[in-house]
Write a protein that binds this ligand. Structure first.
Ligand code: PAF
Length: 279
């Protein structure tokens, strides 16, 4: 497995693969890889001849008061995870390689990005779309892999790939959880022992919400009420949002009579965690 730090190196490698008629999968990540990322790489390896994993903590998707500086990083470990999972190339650029001085072109979206995480993170999806568009242009993969834990991100990227005619298959992969149900996230490393226990309230509340829907409840307000009430029993939890939205347009629904996303964002102490399910 090779590690490339420049766009030129990636293009050279991918063009050699293409000359041999090989298919290419891309797994975009911000590093500090866990089992969730590994499952994306493993799936990509199974479905493509060659897999590129990008490891880039993208400054553009962090707001001014967010955790860009403290975001966990461990490139040696990440490289080992990628190699172990069968990736062929890791792209690990410096911010200056991705955003030269004077960079001023962005990919923005009028729909899908205003609610859920976009409400409290107003610059986030512009940063995500811009960096993912750049990665698509650099690697030109056949398929790109994203986790369902970031359900809004997955929907936004699907929409962007379609709007901008990338011709890349966007593959959404299931949420990977710890044994006790906590969704795997690089940000879980911020939690101390007490917060780690408190964080279980996300999955617990969503599981109850899912049970309620499966039992036939179709009022979105009732589901939100139940999930909110359960999260509020945890003193360390502060809700950012609890939403029930349509799965295609991510618009709030009143009645659950088609595919919906039930999503939460909750601060546990200072750490903002997200989780969701779709029905
Ligand atoms: O999900 C992430 O880790 C990031 O948002 C992504 C897609 C790699 C873009 O920086």
């Amino acid at each position: 497995m090779d590690i490339a730090v420049t766009i030129k190196e990636v293009r050279k490698q991918v063009s050699e693969w293409r000359k041999k008629g090989l298919s290419v999968g891309l797994v975009p990540t911000m590093g500090y890889l866990h089992e969730g990322h590994k499952s994306l790489i493993t799936r990509a390896v199974a479905e493509n001849d060659k897999v590129v994993v990008s490891v880039f903590v993208n400054p553009m998707q962090f707001g001014p008061s967010e955790d860009l500086e403290s975001y966990p990083r461990d490139m040696d470990r990440d490289a080992a995870v990628c190699e172990d999972a069968g990736a062929a190339l890791v792209f690990h650029p410096e911010p200056s390689e991705m955003y030269h001085s004077g960079f001023s072109s962005y990919v923005d979206m009028d729909t899908l990005t205003g609610g859920l995480c976009g409400k409290s993170r107003p610059v986030h999806f512009r940063g995500v779309c811009t960096v993912v568009a750049k990665l698509f242009n650099i690697v030109v993969p056949d398929r790109a892999y994203f986790g369902q834990k970031d359900a809004q991100q997955l929907a936004v990227i699907r929409h962007m790939a379609d709007d901008l005619s990338y011709g890349i298959e966007i593959v959404g992969c299931p949420i990977i959880r710890e044994k006790d149900g906590l969704a795997k996230s690089s940000r879980n490393t911020y939690l101390n022992d007490t917060e780690r226990k408190a964080a279980l309230i996300l999955n617990k509340s969503l599981s109850e919400g899912r049970k309620l829907i499966n039992a036939g409840e179709n009022s979105a307000d009732k589901v939100k009420e139940l999930v909110t009430g359960i999260i509020n029993t945890e003193p360390l939890a502060k809700i950012d949002y609890v939403e029930v939205v349509s799965w295609d347009l991510l618009e709030p629904v009143k009645e659950i009579n088609g595919p919906v996303l039930v999503a939460v964002a909750v601060f546990i102490g200072k750490t903002r965690l997200i989780d969701n399910f779709t029905v």
